[in-house]
Design a protein. Structure first.
Length: 214
């Protein structure tokens, strides 16, 4: 509010209204993305029609398309939700520093936390990405490769310092990703095992194996 006695201009009021409207628009769009991820995970992307998506989200087609331009745009948004989360987690790990073993364990904890919080999104991410086309497919591959490189970078650092054996970083990263990614099948909110419960044992198994020291 101005302190010089002037009345706020209509333009200032409009900007404020647009900001509030944008925040509400984003909130509703995020809700649509989350609700639709559950539908895709249950029925599959191709078996789900716009009419069903409108029904579960409580919108008519016109209102639905106000928030989501197309079914494929919705699919891409679900993929982005997963990638946004895992890349932010990777940023936290890189900023925290530590040995390669410590960083790999924290990367695993961050990834398991995302899977635990977004199991339906992860199902869609792992199973429905072939439905993305053109620029959306390119963006998905680019962001996925960026995360894979984060894991490979930690592995290379471990090999270079002698902390890890001379493993193939590319192949080892995919073994690590496969071990973590498919926990979406059983790592559920409210389940008997939490992401925190699984993170340290996973790191121990991956880093040290299961053969005893006898």
């Amino acid at each position: 509010m101005p302190t010089d006695g002037r009345v706020p201009s209509r333009r200032m009021a409009t900007v404020a209204d647009d900001t509030k409207r944008s925040a509400k628009w984003k909130e509703r769009r995020d809700t649509i993305i989350d609700t639709s991820a559950t539908v895709f995970a249950r029925r599959g992307y191709h078996a789900t029609g716009i009419a069903e998506l409108c029904e579960v989200n409580g919108f008519g087609k016109g209102a639905f398309y106000y928030y989501i331009g197309s079914k494929e745009e919705l699919l891409a948004a679900i993929h982005d939700r997963v990638m946004d989360e895992v890349l932010v987690g990777a940023d936290r790990v890189a900023a925290g520093g530590g040995t390669p073993s410590e960083q790999l364990e924290r990367l695993g904890a961050e990834l398991l936390d995302v899977i635990h919080r977004y199991p339906d999104h992860v199902w869609v991410f792992l199973h429905e990405f072939p439905a993305l086309t053109d620029e959306r497919a390119d963006q998905f591959r680019t962001r996925r490769r960026e995360y894979e490189r984060r894991v490979e970078t930690v592995l290379v650092a471990g090999v270079d310092t002698g902390e890890f054996r001379a493993v193939d970083p590319w192949l080892t990263a995919r073994a690590w990703l496969g071990m973590h990614n498919y926990t979406y099948l059983w790592l559920k909110a409210g389940g008997s095992v939490s992401a925190r419960d699984a993170a340290q044992p996973f790191a121990d198994i991956f880093l040290h194996g299961i053969v005893s020291d006898r």
